[in-house]
Design a protein around this ligand. Sequence first.
Ligand SMILES: Nc1ncnc2c1ncn2[C@@H]1O[C@H](COP(=O)(O)OP(=O)(O)OP(=O)(O)O)[C@@H](O)[C@H]1O
Ligand SMILES: [Mg+2]
Length: 286
Amino acid sequence: MRLLVSSMKVDGSADGPDMQPLLKVENLVKRYAKRSLVGAREELLALHGVSFTISPGSTLAVVGESGSGKSTLASCLACLESPTAGNIWFEGKDIVTLGERARQQILPQIQLIFQDPASSLNPRWSVLEILIEPLILRRKFNREEMSQRASSLLERVGLSPDIVERAPNELSGGQRQRLDIARALAHEPKLLILDEPLSALDCSVQAQIANLLMELQSSLAMTYLFITHDLAMAAHLADEIAVMNRGRIVEQGPAEQILKQPRHETTRQLLAAVPRMVRALPALEQ
Ligand SMILES: Nc1ncnc2c1ncn2[C@@H]1O[C@H](COP(=O)(O)OP(=O)(O)OP(=O)(O)O)[C@@H](O)[C@H]1O
Ligand SMILES: [Mg+2]
């Protein structure tokens, strides 16, 4: 995860002419319509001109308090929501303005993992069906190749291929999150957006999944955008940290710098909210 940190500048841009960012977000704005208590129409600015870049193979953690716009950002990047304004360049192509067909070809390369896998795992499908669906969409494999791939995806995320007949609700929370990661991997994504993927898990399971994510990133050379409330987790996993407050990035830089020299009040508050930080870091490294 730290492979590319030395080539990243504080503003998130990359050094060198051939180091094209995998993702470049420019002035992203998302406005929601809402109703006030007295029923009047109001607008809520969930994203307020967000810009950053991520280099291939690196991890950017986005941290911020509840309601700061982190999930809205994730939804816009995965094209689940349309931004009100701004651009999202993925490998040099703006997925906001791209035609629908071209966008559909790019989208499998951007996978989103949520805190609660229930939203992405169909409860009526078996583990095998969940893993085979993305493979069917890729139209490259016959039936036997697909079930072999499903087994190797399960092994890759530390699950036994014996569970293929089970439904998601017959798995533990940690197993479900591993399955959701395997489902995402079936698309062979370049960018994994992880929206609080560890928050619903016990501490020891959190450490296992965090380690799995790090291992997968180094073996598959994926790029991560890791969303969390937890600055300690962000510092452990990320090369760079972006701190959000009310729809804006208020501070961004190398993880160590953000931890040691926080400049913005929001960052200081997030740091103060993590008194267990020093204890948590060695635990994660087990
Ligand atoms: N579909 C929607 N319609 C209207 N408002 C929304 C919608 N989705 C999010 N919002 C509002 O946008 C703001 C940002 O929400 P968002 O879910 O992005 O925050 P978050 O940083 O992910 O928070 P949390 O840490 O609690 O998950 C909030 O004020 C939220 O109420
Ligand atoms: Mg959220």
